[in-house]
Ligand binder design. Structure first.
Ligand code: NAI
Ligand code: MG
Length: 359
């Protein structure tokens, strides 16, 4: 298995370093053979060389089985990085060019971890968000009229194609059939977004007919935010368009113990291009270099990487390695009981070591 590693900026290299040590332990326990190649794409690399990510770089990355990404991005208000040069140039470019149309984000409270939600336990918070990853407000459709004048007009267009919506819905329904509850909730804002919302809603109801074993529900996104806090047990699988998905999954990360644990995968389920696996958090410039970043989110993303590539390629060793990493992360997290996972008080390497010991 060939893994491309983009460690990135800030805490990226710290958490990726710890996760690769876990990979080494998982691989030797499962007999998985792998090799990693480092790529420098990052804000720091851009500031140093002027290079972001070229089409040739994307073609090179296509040759890998998967990509592991730490985080990219510099200080939030750095004028040299204005206009989303890194977000658009690296993250969105890879998601779009590799057609990673699913952004998979588990929201799972591990036993022993404190959630900010009073009275909720690991049994109540265990769902998966399937976020559409290539359309909606992220297509860059829009522009300015009379920019810089008092009459300035800005528009930004929400795109929903039947093709893009349906392939995302089918992935979500398929995922729901593999889970115990077999329950899928569509989250949108169909009462106001009457065009994009209708396409989603109509496709959802039509695709549902092919999945009689899956129970369905619909929630408006504002109500979903409330239910995620008041009754997260309502959710099993959520399917959601890109923009709302971005927002509710940060809320998801918060209720499951914080940014220190939230993992994600950008998937091309057709297997036509590699997936990219990354913690939900960013480069955290405020704590970079202090070696206090929690690596669990990245280690868990690596577990996701090993499971997902195993499924596509039916590679038993990868599946086994992925399950081992997941189990080790779960076995380790109770040690953080009562602590927030993004400020655990342990050093990055110590946490990595705990996971390896559990493994
Ligand atoms: P952030 O996620 O980097 O940090 C938010 C807060 O959470 C900070 O206080 C940080 O210290 C803390 N935090 C994050 N991850 C942590 C960890 N593993 N352990 C302990 N504490 C952790 O978000 P922020 O500050 O909005 O963005 C910083 C930079 O990261 C920006 O340049 C942004 O564009 C970029 N970014 C990149 C992402 C990516 O590469 N996928 C995603 C989000 C932001
Ligand atoms: Mg986000």
């Amino acid at each position: 298995m060939k893994i491309a590693v983009i460690a990135g900026d800030g805490i990226g290299p710290e958490v990726v370093g710890a996760s690769l040590e876990v990979l080494e332990a998982a691989a030797s326990a499962s007999g998985l053979e792998y090799q990693t190649t480092d790529f420098p794409f990052s804000a720091a690399h851009f500031l140093e060389t002027g290079h972001v990510l070229s089409d040739d770089d994307v073609a090179t990355l296509r040759g890998y089985d998967a990509i592991l990404l730490g985080a990219v991005g510099g200080l939030p208000n750095d004028p040299r990085l204005a206009g989303g040069v890194i977000e658009k140039g690296i993250l969105l470019k890879l998601r779009f060019e590799l057609d990673q149309y699913i952004n998979l984000r588990p929201v799972q409270l591990y036993p022993g971890i404190q959630t900010p939600l009073a009275g909720k336990t690991a049994e109540d918070i265990d769902f998966v968000c399937v976020r559409e990853n290539t359309e909606d407000l992220y297509c860059g459709v829009g522009g300015f009229v009379r920019k810089g004048t008092p009459q300035e007009i800005a528009s930004q267009t929400m795109i929903a194609t039947r093709f893009g919506v349906e392939r995302c819905l089918r992935y979500a329904f398929d995922l729901a059939t593999t889970r115990e509850r077999r329950h899928l909730t569509l989250v949108h804002k169909t009462n106001v977004l009457t065009y994009a919302g209708e396409t989603w809603n109509r496709a959802f109801n039509e695709v549902a007919e092919d999945y009689p074993g899956v129970e369905t529900a619909y929630h408006h996104v504002d109500a979903c935010c409330m239910y995620m806090v008041t009754k997260p047990e309502a959710y099993d699988v959520i399917v959601v368009p890109n923009m709302f998905g971005d927002i509710i999954t940060d809320l998801g990360a918060a209720i499951a113990g914080g940014m220190g644990i939230a993992s994600s995968g950008n998937l091309n389920p057709d297997g036509a291009a590699p997936g990219m696996f990354e913690p939900v958090h960013g480069s955290a410039p405020d704590i970079a270099g202090q070696k206090v970043a929690n690596p669990i989110a990245t280690i868990d993303s690596l577990g996701l990487l090993l499971r997902e590539t195993g499924r596509i390629k039916e590679n038993k060793a990868a599946v086994q390695a992925g399950e081992r990493v997941g189990a080790a992360v779960r076995a380790t997290t109770p040690k953080f009981a009562g602590k927030s996972l993004d400020r655990s008080g342990y050093a990055t390497d110590e946490v990595g070591k705990m996971v390896i010991d559990a493994l």
